[in-house]
Design a protein around this ligand. Structure first.
Ligand code: P6P
Length: 340
């Protein structure tokens, strides 16, 4: 029997580009660069536990170098890879206070900017829980040929060209969405390539898992508390409606939600009126992916993707996942959550 041919992410993005005669291939090239950064970060993530053990005998790693924190390492890797890319005018990172414009001519003539959370959930690395890189790609609104401006990074999520994540888990996967589809690629270490493993991902309209840090319940609105009671109580028509899963790493909780269906929530509460998660680095890219896969993402009073950002690091409440589950949650919480 003929072996199914492996399709690498590069082959796939080139095939997709051919469907659009006016496409220049710059977006494909940018996705390739982000994939390269993911492979480099993955190499360090895989041995972090070992290095940590060695690192405990002094502040140096196995090569005698100054031990760099993994999230700093991931941040520097993405900044440098994208600086050398000929398709990125600048970046904004959850790790950096302000955006970074690349000054060289190539970059100034690039039409895209990239925002990223370089290593989301990095506090979980020492317990070997999955962590990830989350990225967003916008077409810049500033003038080509000049350096990028802050406005390039304050666009609403409904202006995204592509968004995705790399999850460093039991396997390393890169999942990205364009307006057309969502596709998943698993790293094949023997050839060092991301290969198509999850074509045309669609999120189930219903699911059985709700995902939230229930430790915050005492701080939630009454509507949110009522919804959690609904999730936990048995229900004759639906049987026991939901199970609870929460890893505390958004990329991992969202990857499960995308593949199996379910709802992930980080609502506003009495101590954080806009919730904890960041609009530009976590919520918009995940909302773009989930909506491209047929799901829904709201802050309680409207779509996440419609929020017009005013600050680079602003936060928003988020309810995201299977459409019917998000709509059920809105029956309890709509109008109660603060604007994102
Ligand atoms: P909490 C990780 O720090 C993160 O930004 C997301 O990856 C994760 O979903 C959330 O925060 C966890 O927050 O308050 O439940 O620990």
């Amino acid at each position: 029997m003929a072996q199914n041919k492996l399709i690498t992410m590069d082959e796939f993005t080139i095939q997709e580009t051919r469907k659009f005669p006016q496409a220049t291939g710059e977006l494909s090239s940018l996705l390739r660069d982000i994939g390269l950064a993911g492979k480099i970060v993955n190499k360090q993530v895989l041995k972090a536990g070992l290095v940590d053990i060695l690192g405990k005998h002094g502040a140096t790693n196995i090569q005698g170098e100054e031990q760099m924190k993994l999230d700093v390492y991931a941040n520097e890797t993405l900044i440098n890879i994208l600086k050398n890319s000929s398709d990125c005018a600048g970046i904004a990172s959850e790790e950096n206070d302000d955006h970074v414009c690349y000054e060289d001519t190539f970059s100034a003539n690039s039409k895209y900017v990239v925002l990223f959370d370089p290593l989301d959930g990095s506090s979980n690395i020492d317990v070997n829980a999955p962590i990830g890189t989350i990225f967003s790609i916008y077409r810049r609104v500033s003038e080509l040929g000049k350096t990028c401006t802050k406005e390039d990074f304050l666009q609403p999520g409904n202006r995204l060209m592509a968004a995705g994540y790399i999850i460093y888990g039991s396997s390393t996967m890169m999942v990205y969405a364009t307006k057309i589809s969502v596709n998943g690629f698993t790293l094949e270490p023997s050839i060092g390539e991301f290969c198509l493993s999850h074509p045309n991902i669609r999120i189930p309209e219903n699911g059985k898992i709700y995902s939230i840090n229930q430790g915050n319940t005492v701080k939630y609105t009454e509507g949110m508390k009522s919804y959690l009671n609904y999730c936990m109580e048995s229900n004759k028509e639906e049987g026991r409606p939901y199970s609870h899963r929460y890893i505390g790493s958004m990329v991992a909780d969202m990857h499960r939600t995308l593949i199996k269906g379910g709802i992930f929530m980080y609502p506003a509460d009495k101590s954080s009126a806009r919730g904890k998660l960041r609009l530009q680095y976590e919520c918009n890219p995940m909302a773009f992916i989930v909506e491209a896969a047929g799901g829904k993402a709201t802050y309680g009073n409207g779509n996440i993707l419609d929020i017009v950002p005013t600050e680079l690091h602003q936060r928003t409440p988020i309810f995201i996942g299977s459409k019917n589950m998000v709509n059920k949650a809105l029956e309890f919480v709509a109008e109660k959550e603060m604007v994102g």
